[in-house]
Ligand binder design. Structure first.
Ligand code: ZN
Length: 229
């Protein structure tokens, strides 16, 4: 590759210098059309001018750059687009769209768009909010009215449940700054944003640098602590 690029580059250099360069290469190393008819020795040492050397270095350098530089679109290609279907989420449909936008502005390696066929489907029902991720980025979410009727914030519930689809488990820390603390932060907590640590975690899952910590094919039910008795 480098050799071909160097030879290709040399073709633009005319005359004596070009010939001098060729004479430094063993005859057996020439492409057939560059071989001289009557070589008097297999390896003739001929002075190569400084100019010629710098040209060869430049051409080889550019060839090396072309080989080693990653394509500029490489990072963009890492972004995975997930389609969600919120058409069965009744009164929570708009909130799900807002939750998707929050995730889109929070992480780099995932992009959520409404559409079908869906990677995950969102329902509304009268139970507790819950999620069943089936693989990273895929599964089912229920926005349960049992939690919203107790005063839990619908947008926080929605970003939390999508957090399960994006690979995160429940962590009932009671901290409102954590999204995956869920209902353990109480009804006064309305924070719908993932923390910096949670954002980085999701980006690592989708970059393939970290195995998702949520248990797939299990129902993760977000029931308020005060009613668990
Ligand atoms: Zn949860």
């Amino acid at each position: 590759m480098l050799y071909n690029a160097a030879i290709g580059g040399m073709c633009v250099i005319p005359g004596r210098r070009w010939r001098a360069y060729l004479d430094t290469i063993p005859y057996s190393g020439y492409p057939r059309r560059f071989r001289r008819r009557t070589p008097d020795s297999p390896r003739r040492e001929v002075h190569v001018s400084r100019f010629l050397r710098s040209i060869v270095t430049l051409v080889a350098g550019f060839a090396m750059l072309a080989v080693l530089s990653p394509a500029p679109q490489a990072s963009a290609n890492m972004v995975r687009t997930l389609r969600y279907d919120a058409s069965r989420a009744a009164e929570f449909r708009g909130v799900i769209d807002q939750a998707a936008q929050i995730w889109n502005s929070s992480v780099r390696n995932v992009r959520l768009v409404a559409g079908t066929p869906a990677d995950f489907i969102v329902y509304a029902d009268n139970g507790w909010p819950r999620a069943q991720p089936t693989s990273l980025g895929r599964g089912y979410v229920w926005i349960g009215r049992q939690a919203t009727s107790q005063g839990h914030n619908p947008l926080r519930i929605s970003t939390h449940e999508i957090g399960h689809i994006l690979g995160m488990p429940d962590r009932r820390t009671g901290r409102c700054t954590d999204l995956m603390s869920g209902a353990s932060a109480g009804t006064s907590c309305t924070n719908p944003n993932p923390s910096a640590a949670e954002r980085a975690e999701v980006d690592r899952y989708f970059a393939g640098w970290l195995a998702p910590k949520v248990q797939f094919n299990q129902l993760h039910v977000d029931q308020s602590l005060e009613t668990v008795k």
